[in-house]
Each structure stands twice: as C-alpha cells, then as structure tokens.
Write a protein that binds this ligand. Structure first.
Ligand SMILES: [Zn+2]
Length: 254
C-alpha cells in the first residue's frame, strides 16, 4: 500500500511537491485545476525533475467541478475539451490513472437523465485518455445522488472505467463505505481517505469523525493494496502527518 498527498492547486506547485516529498509520502495526487495548477502555469520540466529527485509517484486528478453531467450539451463538450488539455501533462509526469468526478444535473432532471449525461461524457473521456495510455477513474462526490445504484449504473455502462473510492464521501447521508468496497472492489484503482460526521464533507484527519477505521481498513485490505491519498484539508499539516502514521500502523495491524 502506498500513501500520497495532493498538492493544493491554488499554491505554488514546486513548494507543494517539496513538502510532500520531504515528509515521506510515496506519491503526489496531482490536483491539476484552477488557478495555479493549470497547463499554462505548470513548468513540466521542473516538476518532472523534482519528482525524479525524490522518486515520487503520481496519480492524476481533474477539477471536481468539471460539468461532465450538465444538461447543457455545449457545457458537457466544454468539460471534455478542458479535461483533454490535462491528459498530456499527466502522461509526461508519469501518471497512469486520472480521476474524474461525478457531476449531477439539477433535480428537475431524472436519475436516468443524470446518469445518461455523465455516461456520454465519460465514454468520450475514456477514449481520449487512452490516447495518452491513461486509465480513467470515476470518483463519486459528496451528494446524496452518489449511491451504490448510480455508481453501478456508470461502471456497468462503461467497461473500461475504473472506480475511485473516496471513503469520506461514501460515509455521508447514511451510506457505508464498506458496501462500496464489497460491491466494486474489482474495479477499484485508487482511494481518497478523510473523515467527517456523516452530514458534511469536512475532509478531517483520520479518527476525528465517525468512520470505523479498523473495520473499514480490514475489509479494504482483503481486496486492495494500491494507492491511498490522505485528502485531509486541515490548515495545520501536523494532523496530516499524524494520519499518515496512524494509517500505516493500522494497515500493518489489520
Ligand atoms: Zn476525493
């Protein structure tokens, strides 16, 4: 199992990667989005050199607010072409997989329509990513529409897509991450780890919310030994480092 951390897309990417490397992470979850981590502003040569120096791996991550499920066709098209600007960059920086997030149309559109819009965009994105030898991963976000049923519909409709399990998102509104692990482990390619109290997407340090980590990791470990990103947004990074220690210890124990 490998532990990573994301760069903050609104901060200097070189400084961000430097911190990640110096604090013993295995990889960077490349959060490439507005306003500092965009193709026009990233010095690929410099970033590549830094990753090599510290022997850091990478995973790609597109903006969570890309409107791939918009009811407006031209916005879906724009979301696809925006995503495509980042694929060459991820490839050059050694990523093999890229995350794209669920996106739901307003509730005057049905579940059928909401999933159909996403499926159309995702099919196109899978093809475009493949041109850069990148696999696409689908990450459900923090809405009540992100359910076992919706993930099932998306994954079954697009055989080439992988599953990105965000443990914090999938404990919200009475959901249970373990059910998602049991159901989709064959498609599972990447994990985001953070905690909350079940009603708001707080991105808290591990153990400060309601997730039963021992039980969850024990089940996860029976199916999975890949990359886990600590998607913890505390201002004081000591909490991130403490979560890293706790995760490693618990993973070894369960
Ligand atoms: Zn996430």
């Amino acid at each position: 199992m490998k532990i990573g951390f994301p760069n903050h897309p609104r901060k200097n990417i070189i400084k961000e990667i430097d911190w990640i490397a110096k604090n013993g992470f295995d990889f960077v979850d490349l959060f490439f989005e507005e306003d500092k981590a965009i193709p026009e502003k990233i010095d690929v040569r410099k970033v590549k050199k830094l990753l090599k120096k510290y022997n850091l791996g990478t995973v790609g991550h597109l903006a969570w607010y890309l409107p791939i499920g918009s009811p407006i066709k031209s916005l879906r098209k724009a979301a696809i072409s925006e995503a495509c600007k980042y694929f060459p960059l991820f490839k050059q920086l050694g990523a093999e997989f890229v995350t794209v997030h669920s996106h739901w149309s307003p509730d005057l559109f049905s579940f059928e329509e909401g999933t159909k819009f996403q499926i159309e965009s995702l099919k196109e994105l899978v093809k475009k990513a493949k041109n850069f030898s990148l696999g696409l991963m689908y990450e459900p976000i923090d809405t009540p529409q992100d359910t076992i049923e919706s993930v099932c519909r998306i994954l079954n409709s697009i055989p080439q897509i992988f599953f990105h399990l965000d443990l914090g998102h999938l404990i919200l509104f009475g959901k249970e991450p373990i059910e998602f692990i049991e159901k989709f482990h064959q498609k599972l390619k990447h994990i985001h780890l953070h905690d909350n109290f079940g009603n708001s997407d707080l991105h808290l340090p591990m153990g400060t919310g309601i997730i039963d980590w021992e039980k969850t990791l024990k089940i996860l470990k029976t199916y999975y030994d890949g990359t886990i990103t600590l998607e913890i947004f505390s201002r004081d990074k000591d909490y991130v480092l403490l979560s890293k220690e706790k995760l490693r210890k618990l993973w070894d124990k369960v």
